[in-house]
Design a protein around this ligand. Sequence first.
Ligand code: ATP
Length: 220
Amino acid sequence: MKKEFAVIGLGRFGGSICRELVIQGMEVLAIDIDEERVNEYAEVATHAVIADTTDENVLKNLGIRNFEHVIVAIGDNIQASILTTLMLKEQGVKKITVKAQNDHHEKVLKKIGADQIVHPERDMGVRIVTNLVSNNVLDYLELSAEYSIVELIASSKIHGKTLIDLDVRAIYGVNIVAIKRGESIMISPQAHEEILKDDILVVIGAYQDINRLEKKLLNE
Ligand code: ATP
């Protein structure tokens, strides 16, 4: 069965969430107070409605509590974002994801029980800078404040070496969980696997450990 989502606020962020959910085959109710924005998404979303989501009765009439996941992507109007989240909580929505504008906004959202809080601009900024300052990092996924999964380009320093030779687990406390080679990917590579030119190593570990590995082993 298709999962049912509601996206409130159809700015650039909410709009792209809405499009992507539809691409992934989900049912999406798109909501905005602004008629023009709603018209823009009438063809994209499963349903699109003009509504002020700070109004409890409006949310009731939309049957918002029946949606499995509601995304609040109201940006600049922090008051409307907080009020909407509060209403959704009160109506018993199972999962609420909210876009936060700043740390104060996040603090309030946490207090009122938002399940997931995202900072798309900040997170994207960190991601892009990580790519800019490092020659080896292709991508990364933050697992927690301490741990991440990072894709690193294998430098010529380690071409022809096996995972045993590198012994990264003992020396750096990180694990190579996969090797990407062209179109293929080796999950849990064998210890005798040799690293070739253009290989991409998928590494899991603490930030500073991955950083040490990158500096010592991968910088040309
Ligand atoms: P962007 O996502 O485009 O980078 P943003 O996060 O600042 O920017 P806004 O342009 O603020 O997004 O868009 C938020 C949307 O939320 C707007 O389309 C606005 O009309 C809508 N919105 C604001 N208040 C309410 C409300 N009370 N009920 C429903 N929609 C609202």
